[in-house]
Write a protein that binds this ligand. Structure first.
Ligand SMILES: *Cc1c(COP(=O)(O)O)cnc(C)c1O
Length: 420
């Protein structure tokens, strides 16, 4: 075997990547759709958006889809839709993008972080159960890095107690849990479609639900121009103004591009899924590395493999530090970054910030319980931040190229001792 590139050998990756990593894929079809909106001066309308919503709801098999200007706002609306308010608690995982749950603060609610399962990097249902109190109003289940959360267990826990489940699908468009599309399993699904995500259409978000109450509350919250269509008389009497002062309408450049991207999404996603599974198949059995994907035959899938990661087991590589491992892999000509999202439960915004002038940290301002969680409170979560590495996100199934990238990882694994 060749010497490691970081020690002066030749790189495992020799073939130019070309458009292997280019995303989103934009064609004349997207350009025409965007131009149509621009030329018509319809950027702030809702006609294209309403069509996009119909197509989105068809895809998810839900009664309703409500378009938003960001993923952050779609999750905020989902919380309001579920009736989250002053003094309530929402349970979420700490290793995630902040917008999975931080919005709870401006509804007067607070956040309780539960630990994760170290194989799926999603909520550990047993710890969720331990974190439930009589103030728990909702659970946000994040299908982290595309891996579906154990929704059967989460739904059972929630339904037994009348707690709502919000799925954050921002990493997992098209991912299935036991044959069911994630986002359509909980009481409401919400997701980002910003340009870095696997369904990438600009700054945008989408809420999907079968529940008329959640839908109408979400409309009342951020879509003042549609409040006339609300049926619930308790909400309808406020029609005309948004409840709480937010405006969350989707920009129609996003909805126009979204319609085109959605038409091609399944086919493109399937190619990504083949190529990413191919990459992990080539690394099957490599010491120190574990694929972050559901077992084959489980009926669960990774959708578009947003920000795909692997799990690092340094004990099997003589304790080689993750940073060093990633550096050597990168030298072989592929991408590999150590770590994942900041841990929310340790961040000063959650622990110290008095955002609204309550005279005490916002996290605890509306609760008689101090729910703040310090170092050591979420052992699996804290341990896994040192054990995750990003892998290349292939958009095309080109076996020769994928083989070279997998070889980059194999080579470093085989010669890990040289790096000590
Ligand atoms: C991107 C993201 C969001 C927020 O979406 P925006 O469109 O950026 O507002 C929420 N949750 C997760 C897990 C995300 O990755």
């Amino acid at each position: 075997m060749d010497k490691l590139a970081i020690l002066g050998g030749s790189r495992a990756v020799q073939t130019d990547a070309g458009d292997m990593f280019t995303w989103p894929i934009i064609t004349g079809e997207d350009e025409e759709a965007a131009l149509e909106v621009l030329r018509r001066g319809a950027m702030s309308g809702t006609d294209v958006t309403v069509q996009f919503e119909k197509e989105y709801a068809d895809w998810f098999g839900t009664k309703y889809a409500l378009a938003h200007n960001t993923g952050t706002s779609s999750i905020h609306s989902a919380m309001f839709g579920c009736g989250v308010g002053v003094g309530d608690e929402i349970i979420c995982q700490s290793m995630t993008f902040w917008a999975s749950v931080l919005q709870a603060m401006n509804l007067g609610a607070t956040i309780v972080y539960a630990d994760i399962d170290p194989d799926t990097i999603t909520l550990d249902p047993a710890d969720v159960e331990r974190k439930i109190t009589d103030r728990t109003k909702a659970i946000v289940a994040v299908h982290y890095f595309g891996h579906p959360t154990d929704m059967d267990a989460i739904m059972e826990i929630a339904n037994a107690r009348g707690i709502k489940v919000i799925e954050d699908v921002s990493h997992a468009h098209g991912a299935e849990y036991k044959g069911r599309l994630t986002g359509g399993i909980g009481h409401v699904g919400a997701m980002s479609c910003m340009a870095g995500k696997s369904l990438a259409i600009g700054e945008a978000g989408m809420l999907v639900t079968d529940d008329q109450e959640i839908y109408e509350r979400a409309v009342a919250f951020g879509h003042y121009e549609r409040t006339g269509q609300i049926e619930n008389p308790e909400l309808k009497k406020f029609a005309g103004l948004p409840l709480g002062g937010f405006k969350y309408r989707m920009h129609q450049l996003s909805s126009a591009v979204g319609r085109v991207q959605l038409r091609h999404y399944r086919e493109r996603m399937e190619e990504i899924d083949r190529s990413m599974n191919h990459f992990w198949d080539l690394l099957e059995g490599a010491p120190g590395l574990r694929a972050h994907r559901p077992p084959k035959g489980s009926g669960s899938t990774m959708g578009g493999w947003y920000a795909a990661h692997g799990i690092y087991v340094p004990e099997e590589l003589g304790g080689l530090p993750l940073q060093k491992f990633c550096e050597a892999v990168r030298a072989e000509g592929t991408s590999c970054g150590a770590g994942a999202n900041l841990l929310m439960h340790l961040h000063p915004v959650l622990n110290d910030a008095d955002v609204y002038g309550h005279g005490e940290p916002t996290r605890v301002a509306h609760s008689d319980a101090d729910v703040r969680q310090g170092v050591g409170s979420l052992p699996q979560t804290e341990r896994m931040s040192e054990r995750l590495f990003s892998i290349p996100w292939f958009k095309h199934d080109r076996p020769e190229v994928i083989r070279e990238h997998a070889e980059a990882f194999r080579k470093v694994v085989a010669q890990a001792a040289e790096l000590q």
